[in-house]
Design a protein around this ligand. Structure first.
Ligand code: ACO
Length: 399
């Protein structure tokens, strides 16, 4: 019931774009997406090639510094991250303050936010050396915090990082190791997790990354900005979708619902039900990351002994959707989260940890985007306008 062009004139604003569907908020040299063609590149390298040949550590370096590292540079990067894995002992106290059944995402964002109280010597966004230190601190400590959030939720003791392991191996050991037992990293699990982290590492101006940039545009420090990004990722329309997909698949299995009947419910928008893991703001074609996950899901699940029945339900839902007018007309295809939950589950992670795994993967992207913004002389504080539709001026009633 309101006239947008009139409101725009009144405000002096030039565009009304809810959800920023058509607004470019920045230039960026990090990630390229062609949503119609289903193309994704980090720093020019196709995601398919990185998934096949690279490692999460190398991709993190690539995103943050712009080029693939030489062997010496990668070694130095790895060593420097290993050097920073320990958490301040007092920070560990945080974990006992949360209820046992706390979701690990808010635990993660709170502990990451608290890093700016423990590491006050690396908070200046305009001091290049401090930005480097906070970058390494975050890359090294966030997986440790994530593993502690998991240990807290299952009531197990927290292990100290063992820096003879790399970042991914250390995370697995901290997540699944027990003090009295020798924990052997399963190379199949480590490789699968590494691949999934690569696929999540950046995705240009998505909701959480835009949040990191917006918070950082006020010159907030890296820890504060990334903590905000973690909270943005928590929502089921964004990172929370991987957890929601598995809940949906288990529900369908438990109720004995036929995938085709579930699809009818989705199409009729019964109770606002959506096919979780489907649809994307930018991809109007098959998400290239989902293609890679789907291709490896069978292989990984066979090796890890995953739940075949849930995979079968997922495959049936996808097959139905790809041949259904509702999904074809709206260009709804599986996104990266449609198959990842099944793999995380087979690795032994509880469902509540799925979005945390997404956050660990997205971290180098958030850092790269924050650093790009801070060093861009054209950056301005993010401050959208609004179209006011409330009451006109009125007088406070006389008493
Ligand atoms: N199931 C059923 N219908 C859907 C779905 C879905 N998953 N996604 C979109 N639609 C329908 C909408 O109902 C709408 O239909 P209408 O035109 O009849 O009203 C149309 O498709 C367009 O949907 P919008 O919500 O306007 O699309 P938008 O670009 O705003 O949303 C989003 C994208 C949030 C990802 C959406 O597709 C969704 O909710 N998907 C499920 C959650 C999910 O998987 N999120 C993960 C995103 S990827 C990521 O974060 C890694």
């Amino acid at each position: 019931g309101y006239d947008v062009s009139k409101l725009l004139k009144q405000t002096g604003a030039v565009a009304f774009d809810p959800g920023f569907m058509n607004t470019a908020a920045t230039t960026s040299a990090i990630t390229y997406i062609d949503g119609d063609a289903g193309v994704l590149r980090y720093r020019g390298y196709p995601i398919e090639q990185l998934a096949q040949h690279s490692s999460f550590l190398e991709v993190s370096y690539l995103l943050i510094y712009g080029n693939l590292p030489s062997a010496t540079e990668l070694e130095a990067f790895d060593q420097r991250i290993r050097h920073h894995t320990l958490l301040h002992e007092e920070l560990k106290g945080f974990f006992s303050g949360f209820p046992r059944d706390a979701h690990p995402m808010p635990v993660l964002s709170s502990a990451v936010s608290a890093l700016s109280t423990f590491y006050q010597d690396s908070l200046d966004p305009f001091n290049a050396e401090q930005v480097e230190v906070s970058t390494y601190r975050l890359l090294a400590k966030m997986p440790v915090i994530a593993a502690y959030a998991l240990k807290k939720s299952i009531g197990q003791p927290m292990l100290y990082p063992d820096n003879s392991h790399n970042l991914v191996e250390n995370f697995l050991r901290l997540s699944f190791g027990l003090p009295a037992e020798q924990y052997e990293v399963d190379p199949v699990v480590a490789k699968a997790l590494d691949l999934l982290l690569i696929l999540h590492a950046d995705h240009e101006q998505n909701c959480s990354t835009s949040t990191v940039r917006l918070v950082g545009s006020s010159n907030a420090n890296l820890f504060a900005s990334v903590s905000a990004g973690i909270n943005a990722l928590f929502g089921p329309a964004h990172g929370g979708a991987n957890e929601a997909v598995l809940k949906m698949l288990r529900q369908i299995q438990a109720d004995g619902t036929k995938p085709e009947d579930y699809m009818e419910k989705v199409k009729n928008k019964e109770d606002g039900v959506r096919l979780m893991g489907f649809g994307h703001r930018v991809y109007k074609n098959y998400d290239p990351r989902a293609k890679i996950v789907k291709a490896t899901a069978h292989e990984i699940l066979t090796k890890l002994g995953g739940n075949d029945e849930l995979l079968e339900i997922a495959l049936r839902l996808e097959e139905k959707a790809l041949n259904d007018d509702y999904f074809i007309q709206r260009k709804l295809y599986p996104n990266v989260d449609f198959y990842t939950g099944l793999i995380y589950k087979a690795m032994g992670f509880p469902e509540k940890m799925f979005t945390v795994l997404f956050a660990i993967g997205r971290l180098p992207g958030w850092i790269a985007q924050w650093r790009e913004m801070i060093s861009d002389p054209n950056t301005k504080i993010g401050r959208p306008r609004q179209l006011y539709i409330g009451e006109p001026e009125r007088n406070y009633p006389s008493v």
